[in-house]
Design a protein around this ligand. Sequence first.
Ligand SMILES: [Zn+2]
Length: 487
Amino acid sequence: MDNRLVLYNTLTRKKENFEPLNPPFVGMYVCGPTVYSDVHLGNCRTFVSFDLIFRYLTHLGYKVRYVRNITDAGHLEGDNDEGDDKFAKKAKLEQLEPMEIVQKYTLGFHEVLRLFNTLPPSIEPTATGHISEQIAMVQKILEEGYAYEVNGTVYFDVEKYVKEYDYTILTNRKLDDLLNNTRELNGQDEKRGRLDFALWIKAKPEHIMRWPSPWGVGFPGWHIECSAMSRKYLGDQFDIHGGGMDLAATHHTNEIAQSQACNHTQPAKYWMHTNMLTVNGTRMSKSAGNGFLPHELFSGSHPLLNRGYSPMAVRFFMLQAHYRSTLDFSNEALEAADKGYKRLMNAMALLPKLKATGKKAESNIEALKQRCYAAMDDDFNSPVLIAELFEAVRVVNSVYDGKLAIDPTSLENLQTLMCHFVHDVLGLLDDNTGSDDFEKLMEVVIRLRNEAKQNKDYTTSDRIREGLSAIGIQLKDSKEGTLWNKI
Ligand SMILES: [Zn+2]
């Protein structure tokens, strides 16, 4: 067990020593996806970041229970309990049952995360599977006096809560600013206070996903599921709660209030938030036309991309930035990351072939190892770790070329160090395309296919393209010639 780990806590706005409540056990809850559409790349970055955190904590010897939920009910379009139900709307559009939508996009989400080589969480609870736990929590909040019911809908009473607790403790915003940014109530509103939010919502007749409750037929509000499920699997108080930084202002703020009102304690000791993605310097979003899906990135089918990149190259690209920094997508940055990833994988392929010289090592492997741990102990600083690993790559290449001596113990340490950090911690695998031989083989195949095309032998050129596609290799013709990548 390592006690040097320091992490940035959003709650206190500073880096703190990581001291779990009940070592060696660590409870970690991360807000999962709302499965009504394809998972977007920003979400993938969040889950890759928490995968890195999960992997490193596990590597240090902690017994981590990692809970990541699936939101499959209760998420309305507006964060303020307004708008259509996301599932019902999509179900109508695709002419499917809401639970068919849930199944379709849950499978898609798992497939994308598998391609990114993220480890599955210990528990992946769904909102629809925990309706009774959510009802019980709403009941308790009502009993405690922090909620009220109006016509079958139950609201959390923020105005009462702020008299005793700090509602904006997570983001440190001023309550007045928050009020000024919230719509004024009118005669139509059931809520008493502008900041009040729904814990349980009465179902309109056309609402399909509905459950009986003490307040009539309805469905849970979006925020209550995470409070109820984290409580069930990790207890009233646990170690880490994480998610994308866009969740802090509303969803996580409300989660803290719900748990505090119900359990009389803060739910998590450490709150961790991942930063967002930008494209050529501007925020990635569907409406700006610069938001792309993981598969568009892998295949290179998006108009902003010159070519596709393998999931492992994209994972490497993501880990080259610290999880709290923004990450900018551009063709140049992806190209550079792809080269770096391949260099690292080349070194990994050489590693078992290295021969010890018997002479004392000319490079201090122990010091390098310490620097790798120091990087990760400093709030999971993967870019610094990767820089240190490139120092290891230099050593590997020099030993392989016979330019550097290494004794058997140092060689073994170097091999262990690289396997631990590249495979176990960063979760990077060789997609089998990093080696020189593979590159040369692909050049031969592409040349044959292009010759067939020039000779108008489209049967052969198509067969080559389809054959490659069947094993996950995509070709893309461009001005610079035919480019390829592996999905
Ligand atoms: Zn959540």
